[in-house]
Design a protein around this ligand. Structure first.
Ligand SMILES: NC(=O)c1ccc[n+]([C@@H]2O[C@H](COP(=O)([O-])OP(=O)(O)OC[C@H]3O[C@@H](n4cnc5c(N)ncnc54)[C@H](OP(=O)(O)O)[C@@H]3O)[C@@H](O)[C@H]2O)c1
Length: 300
């Protein structure tokens, strides 16, 4: 079977170009530059890398971005004050708090402080509820990116059996909600697995579309995949590799080399879901700016 390698990098570039064109339009017609504020608490190296990648992507798209750095010891009140300030800053259309945050802070309590109309990561309870109700709202960027990747790769979602491995608030749960929605971008029969799922391999083998977000390097093996299935690997894991200049390399949750011999289509890591996450963040921030404009000037 000839496997199709789904090129997330290329599809993300297409989306970024579309966003850049809309940004230029917004700026030339209305003098508005969509802006993002990323709040970074502490000095987690992986979070710093992600925030820098986002900043570069925003610069390239002609959008404004700002990073607000807070000490790892920042209090709930300091974080709330920072978010309140960004909520009223007219240059900022989107706010994200880079996760994870230090353990003394309550993620839910911090995220609900962001105005829902600036919640471009789609993690505010109002946006979560909107997604669950099938209403418009901001959708978390990674699952949104996976859905876009499927649609733009020509994968039929409606009527298929989709299995999602992982039930995190960031990926697994919103992914399930998206694929359950009515319409051609959804209408799947969805099953969500987690660490207590019995006979995971058998459940995975039922999937026409298998989406894996576990954080376990190379966990999904060829015998867990139905021949011809579409396999989307969300995982990003560091594995030691002395031959690599950094001493490690990135791999997904899927044993790519083995699974590609069985799957009908598969995403690589890196170059699959990762670039889509950033592209969808750009798009969500653009939409936030467009919505702020139409609220201020109806009919614009
Ligand atoms: N590409 C991107 O842009 C992007 C974005 C976000 C995350 N990621 C990556 O995606 C992966 C998952 O991220 P996350 O934030 O969703 O992680 P997470 O919060 O740690 O959730 C992992 C999920 O996997 C489940 N799981 C773990 N081991 C399992 C096992 N042996 N069998 C079945 N289920 C198992 C867990 O089950 P329980 O709930 O029972 O514990 C949990 O639901 C990570 O590698 C992360 O780096 C990538």
């Amino acid at each position: 079977m000839v496997v199709k390698i789904i090129d997330g990098k290329q599809i993300a570039e297409e989306i970024k170009k579309e966003v850049s064109a809309a940004v230029r339009d917004l700026q030339s017609k209305h003098g508005i530059v969509p802006g993002l504020a990323a709040v970074l608490v502490g000095d987690n190296p992986a979070s710093q890398v992600y925030v820098n990648m986002k900043r570069k992507a925003f610069d390239k798209a002609g959008m404004f971005s700002q990073t607000v750095n807070l000490e790892a010891s920042a209090t709930r009140e300091e974080l709330h004050e920072t978010i309140d300030r960004l909520n009223t800053d007219a240059r900022i259309h989107g706010i994200l708090v880079q996760l994870p945050i230090p353990e003394h802070l309550d993620e839910f309590d911090i995220l609900k402080q962001i105005k829902p109309e600036k919640d471009v990561d789609g993690l505010h309870p109002e946006n979560i509820a909107r997604l669950a109700h099938g209403r418009e709202g901001f959708i978390p960027c990674t699952p949104y990116g996976v859905q876009e990747l499927l649609v733009r790769s020509g994968v039929e979602i409606a009527g298929t059996r989709a299995v999602i491995v992982g039930r995190s608030n960031l990926v697994g749960r919103p992914m399930a909600q998206l694929l359950l929605q009515k319409g051609a971008r959804g209408d799947a029969t969805v099953c969500v697995c987690h660490s207590r799922t019995r006979n995971l391999a058998a459940v995975c083998r039922e999937a026409d579309i298998l989406i894996v977000a576990m954080g376990r390097a190379n966990f999904i093996t060829a015998d867990m995949v139905k021949p011809g299935a579409v396999v989307i690997d969300v995982g990003i894991n560091r594995v030691e590799d002395p031959t690599h200049p950094r001493g490690y390399r990135l791999v997904g949750d899927v044993d790519f080399e083995k699974v590609k011999a069985v799957a009908g289509a598969i995403t690589p890591v890196p170059g699959g879901v990762g670039p889509m996450t950033i592209a969808m963040l750009l798009r969500n921030t653009l939409v936030a700016a467009q919505q702020a404009l139409s609220k201020r000037c109806p009919g614009s």
